[in-house]
Design a protein around this ligand. Structure first.
Ligand SMILES: Cc1ncc(COP(=O)(O)O)c(C=O)c1O
Length: 424
């Protein structure tokens, strides 16, 4: 395969003409494919339908709690035990909530902005605050900061986590940095898994802010679709051992285990963080949906059951991710115009084009009927400084749709790249 950066102008123009014909043929097909969000497919959602069977009879928990009634702010004891096992924390340090872990993270940020966190210097909203944002990252994390007026500093993501030299230097010297977003396993969108060394450094690094928190969004903890579940060092334990027990706020949900719109979310943290949240939550609500928590406890039971269930998800997801690799490889490999990740789990593939191409590629794909996550979304303030990152979300569409969408994406990347190399 020839590196396109070594081709002369006539050769590039010839490629461009061939691609134009293929692109026009795609447009004539009037496709409408949505690859914007990482949603489970209907086949995946079907795997958890047995959870609803006989649901009308399941309202008393194994420890005798009537889940139909009010109460249990911290979550059903059986659900706290299960999520404790899942997140690697004692049940007493777990709060089990509603359907969305994102909502839990949002609520904790709002509480911090309004009231301040334990051990802190008052409400975050009364002083200048910033979060470190490993990028490319999850657009909805960045949107929370933007909405709440928390500044954002992008930090480059590597294969084993964020650039720790930069993280350590900034956190140690800038007292306005009060937080950091991390998706430590099968990260959104690159699929990277944080190494033990990175987790250890995050836990141990000195911070200029006394109330620095790491939002550890472990959304894809058991979501391997290739090989064994990758191990991840426990941040809460590492922080406690390093003398920073309040630093870690760990989150998970069953959004991509059972039902994305009707799962159960949980957080695990130090006793001080848990007590603080429960104190504030006591004004917000009388308790979560314990019936749904009970359904989940009876269906998911324990870690071996969860892992067996996730192997069935993996069977459905693996062919889709393999199709992405196969088609992108066929269209783009060896041309020096794009590189992309090949994750072992999670919900996304991250593709980088040549600098300055992503916006045009996504626009062209949309004009031919394939919607991708908008350019820039994976960076704070939706500004990708190199305009090159594209997030691919292959979980929802059918296999043949993914193949078509990836072929079109490959054609668009080649067309825009040839234009750039021709100086247009
Ligand atoms: C990293 C990450 N965190 C959180 C979420 C949303 O989780 P939930 O449905 O539990 O709010 C997603 C969904 O795509 C995600 O990718």
């Amino acid at each position: 395969m020839t590196d396109w950066r070594t081709l002369d102008a006539p050769a590039l123009r010839a490629e461009r003409d061939r691609l134009r014909a293929r692109y026009d043929a795609f447009r004539a097909r009037n496709l409408t494919l949505d690859m914007t969000r990482g949603k489970p497919s209907p086949e995946q959602l079907r795997l958890s339908l047995p959870m609803l069977e006989g649901a009308e009879q399941h309202y008393v928990s194994p420890t005798g709690i009537d889940c139909r009634n009010y109460g249990g702010l911290e979550g059903l004891p059986e659900a706290r035990r299960l999520f404790g096992e899942y997140l690697g924390a004692p049940a007493e340090q777990v709060i089990v909530g509603g359907a969305s872990s994102l909502a839990m993270m949002y609520d904790v940020c709002v509480r911090a902005v309004l009231f301040g966190v334990p051990g802190g210097e008052g409400p975050w909203g009364r002083r200048e605050t910033k979060f470190l944002c490993p990028s490319p990252g999850y657009d909805r994390h960045f949107a929370i900061c933007e909405q709440l007026g928390i500044g954002m500093i992008p930090v480059e993501m590597h294969d084993d986590g964020p650039d720790m030299e930069v993280v350590e230097r900034l956190v140690a010297t800038d007292p306005t940095i009060v937080g950091m977003w991390c998706v430590p396993k099968f990260s959104n969108p690159t699929g990277a898994v944080y190494s033990d060394e990175v987790v250890g450094r995050l836990a141990a690094m000195p911070s200029a802010a006394g109330d620095f928190r790491i939002f550890w969004d472990n959304s894809y903890a058991v979501h391997a679709f290739q090989g064994e579940p990758a191990p991840l060092r426990n941040l809460l334990t590492a922080c406690t051992e390093a003398g920073h027990p309040d630093r870690a706020l760990m989150y998970a949900s069953t959004a991509k285990i059972t039902f994305a719109g009707a799962g159960v979310a949980a957080m695990a943290a130090s006793p001080a963080n848990v007590a603080w949240n429960l104190r504030v939550m006591g004004i917000q609500t009388i308790g979560p949906d314990k019936l749904n928590q009970l359904r989940h406890v009876l269906f998911l039971r324990d870690m071996p059951t969860i892992l067996a269930h996730m192997r069935r998800h993996a069977e459905l997801l693996r062919p889709k991710f393999e199709a992405v690799q196969r088609v992108l490889g066929r269209e783009l490999a060896g041309k020096g115009i794009a590189e992309w990740t090949d994750p072992r789990g999670g919900y996304f593939v991250s593709l980088n084009t040549l600098d300055g191409c992503a916006t045009d590629v996504i626009r062209m794909a949309a004009e031919a009927g394939v919607s991708l996550t908008p350019a820039g979304s994976t960076f704070p303030y939706k500004r990708d400084p190199r305009d090159r990152n594209i997030r691919i979300a292959p979980s929802f569409p059918r296999l043949e749709e993914i193949e078509a969408a990836m072929e079109l994406l490959g054609i668009c990347v080649q067309m825009v790249s040839s234009d750039r190399l021709l100086g247009r």
